[in-house]
Design a protein around this ligand. Sequence first.
Ligand SMILES: Nc1nc2c(ncn2[C@@H]2O[C@H](COP(=O)(O)OP(=O)(O)OP(=O)(O)O)[C@@H](O)[C@H]2O)c(=O)[nH]1
Ligand SMILES: [Zn+2]
Length: 317
Amino acid sequence: MEKTKGIVVFQGQDISKIKQVDGTMITGRVSGKFRKQVMQPSDYPVVGDEVVGHMSDVDQMIIQEVTTRKSFLQRKVAGNRQDEQGIAANVSTVFITTSANEDFNLSRLERFTTIVWDSGATPVLVLTKTDLVSADKLSSLVDELETYFYGISVCQTNCYTEINEDLKSFLNKGEIVAFIGSSGVGKSTLLNQLLQEEVQTTKEIREDDARGKHTTTSRHLFTLPNGAMVIDTPGMREVGLETVSTSAFDHQYQVIYDLAETCRFSDCQHQTEPGCGVKKAIESGELDEMIFKSYLKMERELAFLKAKEDKKQRKIK
Ligand SMILES: Nc1nc2c(ncn2[C@@H]2O[C@H](COP(=O)(O)OP(=O)(O)OP(=O)(O)O)[C@@H](O)[C@H]2O)c(=O)[nH]1
Ligand SMILES: [Zn+2]
Protein backbone atom coordinates (compact mmCIF):
# COMPACT_ATOMS: atom_id res chain seq x y z
CA MET A 1 0.00 0.00 0.00
CA GLU A 2 1.17 3.46 -0.90
CA LYS A 3 0.68 5.92 1.97
CA THR A 4 -0.99 9.16 1.01
CA LYS A 5 -0.19 12.41 2.75
CA GLY A 6 -3.71 13.47 3.43
CA ILE A 7 -7.34 12.69 3.20
CA VAL A 8 -9.83 13.14 0.44
CA VAL A 9 -13.48 13.47 1.18
CA PHE A 10 -15.99 13.09 -1.55
CA GLN A 11 -19.50 12.14 -2.38
CA GLY A 12 -20.51 8.53 -2.51
CA GLN A 13 -21.41 8.60 -6.18
CA ASP A 14 -17.81 9.20 -7.22
CA ILE A 15 -16.80 5.86 -5.91
CA SER A 16 -18.17 2.48 -6.81
CA LYS A 17 -17.80 -1.11 -5.71
CA ILE A 18 -17.52 -0.15 -2.07
CA LYS A 19 -16.74 -3.15 0.08
CA GLN A 20 -16.44 -3.56 3.80
CA VAL A 21 -13.05 -5.07 4.51
CA ASP A 22 -12.38 -4.98 8.19
CA GLY A 23 -14.35 -3.29 10.97
CA THR A 24 -15.02 0.20 9.72
CA MET A 25 -12.50 -0.07 6.88
CA ILE A 26 -13.85 -0.02 3.35
CA THR A 27 -12.38 -0.15 -0.12
CA GLY A 28 -13.76 1.33 -3.32
CA ARG A 29 -12.98 2.16 -6.90
CA VAL A 30 -12.77 5.80 -7.96
CA SER A 31 -15.30 6.27 -10.75
CA GLY A 32 -15.70 10.00 -11.14
CA LYS A 33 -14.40 13.41 -10.20
CA PHE A 34 -14.66 14.41 -6.62
CA ARG A 35 -15.01 17.72 -4.97
CA LYS A 36 -12.66 18.30 -2.10
CA GLN A 37 -8.99 17.71 -1.98
CA VAL A 38 -6.25 18.12 0.56
CA MET A 39 -3.75 15.66 -0.85
CA GLN A 40 -0.63 16.41 -2.78
CA PRO A 41 -1.25 16.26 -6.54
CA SER A 42 0.99 13.22 -6.93
CA ASP A 43 -1.04 11.28 -4.41
CA TYR A 44 -4.36 12.48 -5.64
CA PRO A 45 -6.60 9.57 -6.55
CA VAL A 46 -7.67 9.43 -10.18
CA VAL A 47 -10.34 7.48 -12.01
CA GLY A 48 -9.61 3.77 -11.75
CA ASP A 49 -7.78 3.99 -8.46
CA GLU A 50 -8.54 1.54 -5.74
CA VAL A 51 -8.73 3.33 -2.44
CA VAL A 52 -8.99 2.37 1.20
CA GLY A 53 -10.67 4.39 3.90
CA HIS A 54 -13.83 4.66 5.91
CA MET A 55 -17.29 6.14 5.64
CA SER A 56 -17.72 9.39 7.51
CA ASP A 57 -21.27 9.96 6.55
CA VAL A 58 -23.79 8.19 4.40
CA ASP A 59 -22.45 9.73 1.23
CA GLN A 60 -18.86 10.51 2.06
CA MET A 61 -15.80 8.36 2.12
CA ILE A 62 -12.59 9.40 3.77
CA ILE A 63 -9.72 8.01 1.76
CA GLN A 64 -6.67 7.05 3.71
CA GLU A 65 -4.71 5.16 1.13
CA VAL A 66 -4.42 4.78 -2.58
CA THR A 67 -3.63 1.16 -3.39
CA THR A 68 -0.45 0.65 -5.39
CA ARG A 69 -1.22 1.22 -9.05
CA LYS A 70 -0.79 -1.44 -11.71
CA SER A 71 -0.54 1.30 -14.32
CA PHE A 72 -0.79 5.06 -14.37
CA LEU A 73 -1.56 7.27 -17.33
CA GLN A 74 -0.50 10.84 -16.94
CA ARG A 75 -0.01 13.92 -19.00
CA LYS A 76 2.98 16.16 -18.86
CA VAL A 77 1.91 19.62 -17.83
CA ALA A 78 2.84 22.27 -20.36
CA GLY A 79 5.49 24.78 -19.46
CA ASN A 80 8.25 24.47 -16.91
CA ARG A 81 6.35 22.69 -14.21
CA GLN A 82 7.79 19.31 -13.44
CA ASP A 83 4.62 17.74 -12.15
CA GLU A 84 2.48 15.50 -14.22
CA GLN A 85 -1.23 15.27 -14.16
CA GLY A 86 -2.75 11.89 -13.49
CA ILE A 87 -5.51 10.79 -15.80
CA ALA A 88 -6.34 7.18 -15.08
CA ALA A 89 -5.01 4.35 -12.97
CA ASN A 90 -5.02 0.57 -13.19
CA VAL A 91 -5.88 0.44 -16.86
CA SER A 92 -4.90 -2.97 -18.30
CA THR A 93 -5.48 -2.33 -21.99
CA VAL A 94 -5.60 0.89 -23.95
CA PHE A 95 -7.33 0.70 -27.32
CA ILE A 96 -5.52 3.04 -29.65
CA THR A 97 -8.19 3.82 -32.20
CA THR A 98 -7.64 4.98 -35.74
CA SER A 99 -10.13 5.00 -38.58
CA ALA A 100 -9.57 2.94 -41.68
CA ASN A 101 -10.89 5.56 -44.05
CA GLU A 102 -8.85 8.64 -43.24
CA ASP A 103 -6.04 10.21 -41.32
CA PHE A 104 -3.96 7.10 -40.97
CA ASN A 105 -0.76 8.33 -39.38
CA LEU A 106 1.85 5.84 -38.19
CA SER A 107 3.97 8.35 -36.30
CA ARG A 108 1.00 9.60 -34.33
CA LEU A 109 0.03 6.01 -33.53
CA GLU A 110 3.58 5.39 -32.43
CA ARG A 111 3.38 8.31 -30.03
CA PHE A 112 0.23 6.79 -28.57
CA THR A 113 1.87 3.38 -28.16
CA THR A 114 4.82 4.98 -26.37
CA ILE A 115 2.53 6.77 -23.94
CA VAL A 116 0.66 3.54 -23.23
CA TRP A 117 3.80 1.42 -22.71
CA ASP A 118 5.15 4.15 -20.39
CA SER A 119 2.01 3.95 -18.28
CA GLY A 120 2.38 0.23 -17.66
CA ALA A 121 -0.75 -0.69 -19.66
CA THR A 122 -0.78 -2.74 -22.86
CA PRO A 123 -1.59 -1.01 -26.15
CA VAL A 124 -3.95 -2.61 -28.67
CA LEU A 125 -4.49 -1.02 -32.07
CA VAL A 126 -8.10 -0.77 -33.19
CA LEU A 127 -8.89 0.00 -36.79
CA THR A 128 -12.40 1.51 -36.87
CA LYS A 129 -14.90 2.21 -39.66
CA THR A 130 -13.78 -0.80 -41.67
CA ASP A 131 -17.06 -0.62 -43.60
CA LEU A 132 -15.76 2.45 -45.42
CA VAL A 133 -12.83 0.79 -47.20
CA SER A 134 -12.49 -2.11 -49.62
CA ALA A 135 -11.35 -5.53 -48.41
CA ASP A 136 -8.02 -5.04 -50.21
CA LYS A 137 -7.41 -1.67 -48.63
CA LEU A 138 -8.32 -3.09 -45.24
CA SER A 139 -5.92 -5.98 -45.45
CA SER A 140 -3.10 -3.70 -46.58
CA LEU A 141 -3.76 -1.38 -43.61
CA VAL A 142 -3.73 -4.32 -41.22
CA ASP A 143 -0.48 -5.56 -42.78
CA GLU A 144 1.06 -2.14 -42.41
CA LEU A 145 0.09 -1.92 -38.75
CA GLU A 146 1.23 -5.45 -37.95
CA THR A 147 4.59 -4.83 -39.58
CA TYR A 148 5.22 -1.40 -38.10
CA PHE A 149 3.96 -2.32 -34.63
CA TYR A 150 5.30 -5.83 -34.43
CA GLY A 151 3.97 -7.56 -31.31
CA ILE A 152 1.00 -5.28 -30.77
CA SER A 153 -2.44 -6.77 -31.44
CA VAL A 154 -4.50 -5.22 -34.22
CA CYS A 155 -8.31 -5.44 -34.07
CA GLN A 156 -10.86 -4.34 -36.62
CA THR A 157 -14.29 -2.91 -35.96
CA ASN A 158 -17.20 -1.06 -37.46
CA CYS A 159 -20.50 0.01 -36.03
CA TYR A 160 -22.60 -2.15 -38.35
CA THR A 161 -21.36 -5.54 -37.27
CA GLU A 162 -21.01 -7.25 -33.92
CA ILE A 163 -17.86 -6.50 -31.98
CA ASN A 164 -15.41 -9.20 -32.98
CA GLU A 165 -13.87 -11.80 -30.73
CA ASP A 166 -10.34 -10.34 -31.03
CA LEU A 167 -11.49 -7.16 -29.40
CA LYS A 168 -13.69 -8.92 -26.87
CA SER A 169 -10.73 -10.99 -25.69
CA PHE A 170 -9.36 -7.85 -24.02
CA LEU A 171 -12.51 -7.28 -22.01
CA ASN A 172 -12.10 -9.31 -18.88
CA LYS A 173 -13.98 -9.16 -15.61
CA GLY A 174 -12.25 -6.88 -13.12
CA GLU A 175 -9.92 -5.38 -15.73
CA ILE A 176 -10.06 -1.82 -16.99
CA VAL A 177 -9.82 -0.75 -20.63
CA ALA A 178 -9.64 2.77 -22.05
CA PHE A 179 -9.60 4.46 -25.45
CA ILE A 180 -7.31 7.01 -27.00
CA GLY A 181 -7.25 8.32 -30.52
CA SER A 182 -7.94 11.43 -32.52
CA SER A 183 -11.30 13.11 -32.50
CA GLY A 184 -13.92 11.54 -34.72
CA VAL A 185 -12.36 8.12 -35.20
CA GLY A 186 -15.33 6.48 -33.49
CA LYS A 187 -14.40 6.02 -29.83
CA SER A 188 -17.84 6.96 -28.49
CA THR A 189 -19.53 4.77 -31.06
CA LEU A 190 -17.45 1.78 -30.04
CA LEU A 191 -17.94 2.50 -26.36
CA ASN A 192 -21.69 2.69 -26.89
CA GLN A 193 -21.56 -0.60 -28.74
CA LEU A 194 -19.71 -2.16 -25.83
CA LEU A 195 -22.16 -0.81 -23.34
CA GLN A 196 -25.12 -1.51 -25.60
CA GLU A 197 -26.65 1.82 -24.70
CA GLU A 198 -26.24 5.49 -25.38
CA VAL A 199 -23.58 6.42 -22.89
CA GLN A 200 -22.56 9.80 -24.15
CA THR A 201 -26.03 11.19 -23.76
CA THR A 202 -26.54 9.58 -20.39
CA LYS A 203 -23.11 10.39 -19.05
CA GLU A 204 -24.49 13.10 -16.84
CA ILE A 205 -26.29 10.84 -14.46
CA ARG A 206 -28.90 12.23 -12.15
CA GLU A 207 -28.97 10.39 -8.92
CA ASP A 208 -30.63 10.74 -5.60
CA ASP A 209 -28.05 11.28 -2.96
CA ALA A 210 -28.58 10.06 0.56
CA ARG A 211 -30.64 13.10 1.44
CA GLY A 212 -33.04 12.41 -1.38
CA LYS A 213 -31.74 15.41 -3.32
CA HIS A 214 -31.07 15.21 -7.06
CA THR A 215 -27.44 15.72 -7.90
CA THR A 216 -25.80 15.53 -11.28
CA THR A 217 -22.59 13.64 -11.46
CA SER A 218 -20.23 12.84 -14.23
CA ARG A 219 -19.23 9.22 -14.30
CA HIS A 220 -16.05 8.24 -16.01
CA LEU A 221 -15.81 4.57 -15.18
CA PHE A 222 -18.40 2.25 -16.62
CA THR A 223 -18.90 -1.41 -15.98
CA LEU A 224 -19.67 -3.57 -18.99
CA PRO A 225 -22.24 -6.37 -18.81
CA ASN A 226 -19.45 -8.95 -18.46
CA GLY A 227 -17.80 -7.16 -15.52
CA ALA A 228 -14.96 -5.49 -17.44
CA MET A 229 -14.65 -1.76 -16.83
CA VAL A 230 -14.15 1.11 -19.26
CA ILE A 231 -12.65 4.47 -18.44
CA ASP A 232 -13.75 7.36 -20.60
CA THR A 233 -12.63 10.83 -19.56
CA PRO A 234 -11.90 13.80 -21.81
CA GLY A 235 -8.38 13.81 -20.35
CA MET A 236 -7.90 10.23 -21.42
CA ARG A 237 -8.99 10.92 -24.98
CA GLU A 238 -6.68 13.86 -25.33
CA VAL A 239 -3.63 12.37 -23.69
CA GLY A 240 -1.57 11.94 -26.83
CA LEU A 241 -2.48 15.28 -28.27
CA GLU A 242 -1.79 17.27 -25.12
CA THR A 243 1.83 16.27 -25.16
CA VAL A 244 2.28 17.18 -28.80
CA SER A 245 0.74 20.57 -28.13
CA THR A 246 3.97 21.45 -26.36
CA SER A 247 7.45 20.41 -27.32
CA ALA A 248 7.05 17.44 -29.65
CA PHE A 249 4.53 19.27 -31.76
CA ASP A 250 6.75 22.33 -32.06
CA HIS A 251 9.74 20.22 -32.90
CA GLN A 252 7.98 18.23 -35.59
CA TYR A 253 6.74 21.31 -37.39
CA GLN A 254 9.69 23.59 -36.81
CA VAL A 255 10.38 23.56 -40.55
CA ILE A 256 6.97 25.06 -41.17
CA TYR A 257 7.41 27.70 -38.49
CA ASP A 258 10.75 28.65 -40.05
CA LEU A 259 9.23 28.90 -43.51
CA ALA A 260 6.32 30.96 -42.14
CA GLU A 261 8.87 33.59 -41.14
CA THR A 262 9.37 34.25 -44.85
CA CYS A 263 5.65 34.77 -45.58
CA ARG A 264 4.68 38.30 -46.64
CA PHE A 265 1.97 38.54 -43.96
CA SER A 266 2.81 37.80 -40.36
CA ASP A 267 -0.62 36.23 -39.81
CA CYS A 268 -0.44 34.16 -42.99
CA GLN A 269 -2.55 30.99 -42.83
CA HIS A 270 -0.65 29.52 -45.80
CA GLN A 271 -3.81 29.09 -47.81
CA THR A 272 -4.37 31.54 -50.63
CA GLU A 273 -2.38 34.53 -49.39
CA PRO A 274 0.09 36.06 -51.84
CA GLY A 275 3.78 35.81 -51.01
CA CYS A 276 3.38 32.69 -48.85
CA GLY A 277 6.75 31.11 -48.06
CA VAL A 278 5.21 27.79 -47.04
CA LYS A 279 3.28 27.36 -50.29
CA LYS A 280 6.38 28.35 -52.23
CA ALA A 281 8.41 25.68 -50.45
CA ILE A 282 5.79 23.05 -51.26
CA GLU A 283 5.80 24.05 -54.92
CA SER A 284 9.58 23.88 -55.12
CA GLY A 285 9.60 20.52 -53.37
CA GLU A 286 11.54 21.84 -50.38
CA LEU A 287 8.63 20.95 -48.09
CA ASP A 288 6.72 17.68 -48.38
CA GLU A 289 3.05 18.46 -48.83
CA MET A 290 2.13 15.52 -46.56
CA ILE A 291 3.94 17.18 -43.66
CA PHE A 292 2.05 20.39 -44.30
CA LYS A 293 -1.27 18.53 -44.44
CA SER A 294 -0.61 16.71 -41.20
CA TYR A 295 0.40 20.05 -39.66
CA LEU A 296 -2.93 21.60 -40.68
CA LYS A 297 -4.82 18.61 -39.33
CA MET A 298 -2.98 18.80 -36.00
CA GLU A 299 -3.58 22.53 -35.76
CA ARG A 300 -7.30 22.00 -36.30
CA GLU A 301 -7.39 19.25 -33.74
CA LEU A 302 -5.56 21.30 -31.15
CA ALA A 303 -7.78 24.31 -31.83
CA PHE A 304 -10.78 22.04 -31.38
CA LEU A 305 -9.48 20.70 -28.08
CA LYS A 306 -8.72 24.19 -26.90
CA ALA A 307 -12.20 25.42 -27.79
CA LYS A 308 -13.67 22.47 -25.89
CA GLU A 309 -11.46 23.22 -22.89
CA ASP A 310 -12.37 26.93 -22.98
CA LYS A 311 -16.03 26.05 -23.03
CA LYS A 312 -15.55 23.80 -20.03
CA GLN A 313 -13.68 26.55 -18.19
CA ARG A 314 -16.48 29.00 -18.88
CA LYS A 315 -18.98 26.52 -17.47
CA ILE A 316 -16.96 26.09 -14.28
CA LYS A 317 -16.77 29.86 -13.66
N1 LIG B 1 -19.28 4.43 -41.46
C1 LIG B 1 -18.96 4.40 -40.15
N2 LIG B 1 -19.07 5.53 -39.40
C2 LIG B 1 -18.75 5.47 -38.11
C3 LIG B 1 -18.29 4.27 -37.50
N3 LIG B 1 -18.02 4.52 -36.20
C4 LIG B 1 -18.30 5.82 -36.01
N4 LIG B 1 -18.73 6.41 -37.13
C5 LIG B 1 -19.14 7.82 -37.30
O1 LIG B 1 -18.02 8.66 -37.11
C6 LIG B 1 -18.40 9.86 -36.43
C7 LIG B 1 -17.52 10.09 -35.21
O2 LIG B 1 -17.75 9.04 -34.28
P1 LIG B 1 -17.54 9.22 -32.70
O3 LIG B 1 -17.81 7.92 -32.09
O4 LIG B 1 -18.33 10.37 -32.20
O5 LIG B 1 -15.99 9.60 -32.63
P2 LIG B 1 -15.09 9.87 -31.33
O6 LIG B 1 -13.79 9.22 -31.59
O7 LIG B 1 -15.80 9.47 -30.11
O8 LIG B 1 -14.92 11.44 -31.37
P3 LIG B 1 -14.60 12.42 -30.11
O9 LIG B 1 -15.79 12.35 -29.20
O10 LIG B 1 -14.46 13.76 -30.78
O11 LIG B 1 -13.33 11.94 -29.48
C8 LIG B 1 -19.87 9.73 -36.13
O12 LIG B 1 -20.59 10.43 -37.10
C9 LIG B 1 -20.12 8.24 -36.22
O13 LIG B 1 -21.44 7.96 -36.61
C10 LIG B 1 -18.19 3.08 -38.33
O14 LIG B 1 -17.80 2.00 -37.91
N5 LIG B 1 -18.53 3.22 -39.64
ZN1 LIG C 1 2.21 31.54 -45.52
